[in-house]
Design a protein around this ligand. Structure first.
Ligand SMILES: Cc1cc2nc3c(=O)[nH]c(=O)nc-3n(C[C@H](O)[C@H](O)[C@H](O)COP(=O)(O)OP(=O)(O)OC[C@H]3O[C@@H](n4cnc5c(N)ncnc54)[C@H](O)[C@@H]3O)c2cc1C
Length: 411
């Protein structure tokens, strides 16, 4: 007889797991505590849904930050090209943008959700909305009893827990699934916000709020150890820093930042060596020899940075440029090549694109997504302790693990 499967959570992973299991002939239901399916999926990619990436498989693994090896079976079994084929074969027109990011050609995440909802309907999957799963209890006969907040209890052969992480809790991922998993004995790796803005200690950094910098590089150091050098765009905010290079930094070094602050040295002119920059500054100084220092440096960087850099240089803003000493100029050049910030924390889960942490991969069989502790219980998506950089990779994790859990639970 076909397995009776309960999928908890109707996000990307849950919907995909349900479809895969039903295609294998299982009797499947989705329980979702929101009033509709795919609430987070709807807001992905700023409402456009960057649903996967067109890079090769090595590229996929390179962009997975935590536990990429755990995902080998899931991704090799259902990779990004298969995801693209899945959606295209169901009528979704797809386009590829910068960095091989794949979007629906319509720029509407709702079109991705529609494809999944059509399949859910076609396959006869029961959908229970506004229904919250509270508990899972293994029974002596090998089945799993799920308790719901409305007081009902149901027995299932298999349960796939796809309740997401803890980020953007307004979309429904409130961490309740992690509590269920923990109660059943699974180790939960401490969830922290990731792909998120980072707070800075310096007050003058906060005064730069709204300033966006393109083509900078940032060197990250912790206790005199160089962690990385990341090139791209960043943004100053009222709390510190954000933008692409900072989101990447939060994903790659979040666990380190949890323990100790990280120094960032922003190179505002990465295309120029220190010597070349010095020549350029010298040229500017020669052309503006009789002007005040503060009025001679406008060509070097955005005006918002001028008061901050002048202050940090220790040079009197009204000092005539011809009076600036070689040492002072050197200090000024050093600040431009290494504008120091002290990163001391994350913004919270409300603003984090993903959660780092979750159910430990040590408690999950990577070839099936089944719990090693509770027979018949499977996991998929962000609830698992894996996460990736931006570019469609987090949704790829949800599709790949959802598919694997779905077909294995249906067996
Ligand atoms: C603003 C934003 C933009 C993003 N953009 C992208 C992007 O463009 N590309 C990309 O790859 N990734 C993106 N992500 C990340 C991506 O959305 C997630 O990684 C992905 O949605 C995870 O899917 P999931 O199914 O595991 O979890 P979710 O999508 O969070 O789904 C979990 C579902 O479970 C339900 N649920 C939870 N607990 C219970 C319970 N106890 N009972 C019943 N239901 C429950 C929730 O309501 C929710 O619907 C973005 C995230 C955010 C916040």
């Amino acid at each position: 007889m076909a397995n009776n499967i309960c999928v908890i959570g109707g996000g990307a992973a849950g919907m995909f797991a349900a479809v895969a299991a039903a295609e294998c002939g299982a009797k499947v239901s989705i329980t979702e505590h929101n009033e509709k399916l795919g609430k987070k999926l709807f807001i992905t990619g700023k409402g456009r849904c960057n649903f996967t990436n067109g890079c090769d498989t090595t590229g996929l693994f390179d962009n997975i930050v935590t536990n990429s090896k755990f995902l080998y079976s899931a991704i090799y079994g259902y990779d990004n090209y298969m995801v693209r084929d899945y959606f295209e074969s169901r009528g979704l027109k797809v386009k590829v943008e910068r960095g091989e990011r794949m979007f629906p050609a319509s720029d509407k995440s709702s079109d991705v959700i529609k494809v999944l909802e059509n399949d859910i309907k076609k396959l006869g999957i029961d959908v229970f909305l506004k229904k919250n799963a509270e508990d899972i209890l293994p029974e002596d006969d090998g089945s799993l009893r799920v308790s719901f907040s409305d007081g009902t209890k149901e027995k299932y052969d298999r349960v796939i827990l796809c309740s997401g992480g803890v980020s953007y809790p307004s979309t429904g991922s409130d961490g309740s699934g992690l509590k269920i998993a923990e109660k059943l004995g699974h180790k939960i790796v401490n969830p922290i916000p990731s792909l998120v803005g980072l707070t800075c200690r310096e007050e003058d950094v906060k005064s730069l709020q709204g300033l966006s910098l393109k083509n900078i590089s940032i060197t990250l150091m912790q206790k005199n150890k160089k962690l990385d050098n990341i090139f791209g765009e960043m943004l100053f905010t009222h709390y510190g820093v954000s933008g692409p290079v900072i989101l990447t930094a939060s994903a790659k070094y979040g666990r380190r930042l949890e323990k100790e602050e990280i120094k960032g040295y922003i190179d505002l002119k990465p295309a120029l060596s220190k010597e070349k920059l010095d020549e350029r500054v010298l040229r500017d100084f020669k052309e503006n020899a009789n002007r005040d220092f503060v009025n001679a440096i406008g060509g070097l960087f955005p005006s918002k940075l001028i008061p901050v850099i002048v202050k940090r240089s220790g040079i009197d803003e009204h000092k005539k440029v011809h009076d600036i000493t070689k040492e002072e100029r050197e200090r000024f050049v050093n600040i431009i090549k290494a504008f120091e910030i002290t990163i001391d924390g994350f913004r919270n889960f409300d603003e984090a694109i993903i959660t780092k942490g979750g159910v430990s991969v040590k408690d999950i069989d990577p070839s099936t997504m089944q719990s090693k502790l509770v027979s018949g219980l499977y996991f998929a998506g962000e609830i698992i302790d894996t996460d990736a950089l931006t570019g469609g990779f987090n949704l790829q994790i949800a599709w790949s693990t959802g598919h694997l859990a779905g077909i294995c639970a249906a067996e």
